[in-house]
Design a protein around this ligand. Structure first.
Ligand SMILES: [Zn+2]
Length: 223
């Protein structure tokens, strides 16, 4: 997978929290640390972790990213710390995003909440789609009433572990922030790129203790 190796060169060597200076293996881990440990200024009135995270605004999530440093390889310096939010154009997977041209297919990656496991909300589904997220979500929720091209799709891991039939309640913006585009201003340029991002996000979330459903970006033929 030569293409994957190229992508990896754009993955930070390390990430660092600018609030407390702790270092992490990657941006997903660093974001998670900031959301869990630096809650001042966030709405913490929710009764459980899911309510707290659902109440995070895009402004909150921007603040999280403003406090993430990334150590990037650079030919002239060897490696250099940069602020993530000023370096999206360099950092995988944000650097793959493109403005869609004309009527081309849109490819996106998303994270959905699954039913908590023994009270733990770190149970999610990671998928990618060329459809609008809400339409894909509703298909997951009820494959029989929402056939794909007239064909009833198989139930997925998300179907079996659905937290809410309502996509507004079921998606995890804190985990898909700027990876999924809520305003449809951009997309990933190909199905292949979206599948790579899906596999990456799946692995990153597993590495920080999430139970993740999905097929890690393997191609599934839909008849
Ligand atoms: Zn910190």
């Amino acid at each position: 997978m030569k293409k994957n190796e190229n992508y990896k060169q754009e993955t930070p060597l390390k990430a660092r929290c600018s609030v407390c200076d702790e270092k992490f293996e990657g941006i997903v881990q660093c974001r998670e640390h900031i959301i869990e440990n630096h809650r001042a200024g966030f709405d913490v009135s929710g009764e459980n972790e899911h309510e707290y995270r659902s109440a995070l605004t895009f402004g909150d999530l921007e603040w999280v990213d403003e406090n993430v440093w990334v150590l990037m390889r650079e030919p002239d310096f060897g490696a250099r710390w940069r602020l993530l939010f000023r370096s999206y154009h360099l950092v995988f997977p944000f650097n793959l995003r493109v403005k869609p041209l004309g009527g081309g297919r849109r490819h996106t990656v998303y994270v959905a909440q699954c039913s908590p496991l023994a009270g733990d909300w770190r149970h999610v589904y990671v998928g990618s789609t060329s459809k609008e997220l809400e339409r894909r979500y509703v298909q997951h929720a009820d494959p029989e009433s929402n056939p794909i091209r007239g064909t009833i799709s198989r139930g997925t891991y998300l179907t079996k572990n659905l937290y809410s039939p309502d996509p507004l309640k079921g998606v995890r913006w804190d985990l898909q922030f700027l990876i999924h585009d809520h305003e449809e201003q951009w997309s990933f340029p190909s199905r292949e790129a979206a599948l790579d991002v899906e596999a990456w996000l799946h692995n990153e979330l597993e590495s920080i203790g999430y139970v993740v459903g999905g097929d890690k970006g393997k191609q599934i033929a839909i008849a």
